[in-house]
Design a protein around this ligand. Structure first.
Ligand code: HEC
Length: 222
């Protein structure tokens, strides 16, 4: 990790610590076998079985060497991966991580546009779309680089994911309340989450060799 990466990681570690505490009840609910999410952007109340099925389906799409690594992850890590999945209800059968990221970026820009044009609707809708972004085919793991598929590295994944999504949901609420000053200040916090995650997990930009099999070849080489 570069010096700059370390700096970003250290800066965010406090936040992640707080986030992981917030996540504990969700993980406990997952362990108990059911999950009710209060968050406004999540329509589904996925059961443990449903989430396990999604995770299993994702693992089924991975190349054998990645499958092996994922199966070797701790139960804690698997639970936190399912907790991330539980925050979303749009799973794609075709979109790669890059496509999802571009869609997320479009939502981010449209959120900024809403703020700059003082449109509470545009801002809130874009922020909620961003928070409930599509999950790429095969899940997130095939796109993170083999070196990142360890319990240690993945421990920070849900923190970054939620620093983006948690702040996007807050931003939507601020826009709903007509408080564009607060919405504007949260924009920076959302982008810190994007940048933090990129610093750790985007180590092989555009050159993933462990992507899931059904990806059209054009997206493998771009
Ligand atoms: C969970 C970690 C994570 C978070 C959070 C995240 N990204 Fe990404 N992002 C990635 C990874 C990994 C890639 C590289 C994917 C690849 O090349 O297969 C990427 C790539 C990108 C790209 C480049 C796409 C391309 O075509 O090369 C853009 C743009 C982007 N992200 C925007 C954003 C924005 C905007 C946010 C925040 C609103 C964000 N990302 C949050 C992990 C993340």
């Amino acid at each position: 990790m570069s010096h700059q990466d370390k700096r970003i990681c250290n800066g965010l570690s406090n936040f992640i610590g707080r986030f992981r505490k917030q996540f504990a009840p969700i993980t406990a609910a997952l362990l108990a076998g059911s999950l009710m999410l209060p968050s406004a952007n999540v329509a589904a109340e996925p059961s443990m079985e449903a989430l396990q099925k999604v995770l299993k389906g994702q693992i089924g799409l991975m190349k054998p060497e990645l499958q092996e690594k994922v199966q070797g992850l701790s139960q804690d890590t698997k639970m936190s991966l399912m907790a991330i999945l539980a925050m979303h209800n749009r799973y794609s059968n075709e979109a790669t991580m890059r496509q999802v990221m571009l869609e997320v970026f479009a939502d981010y820009q449209s959120m900024a546009m809403g703020i700059m044009t003082d449109s509470t609707e545009m801002t809130a809708d874009s922020a909620r779309r961003l928070a409930n972004h599509r999950i790429p085919v095969g899940g997130l793991l095939p796109y993170l680089g083999m070196e990142n598929i360890t319990d240690d590295r993945l421990a920070v994944l849900d923190g970054f994911n939620s620093s983006v999504e948690g702040n996007a949901i807050k931003l939507a609420a601020a826009a709903d309340a007509g408080d564009m000053a607060t919405a504007a200040s949260l924009l920076g916090q959302v982008s810190s989450g994007c940048v933090g995650c990129h610093a750790v997990f985007r180590s092989k930009l555009g050159n993933q060799t462990y992507c899931v099999n059904p990806i059209p070849s054009i997206w493998r080489t771009l």
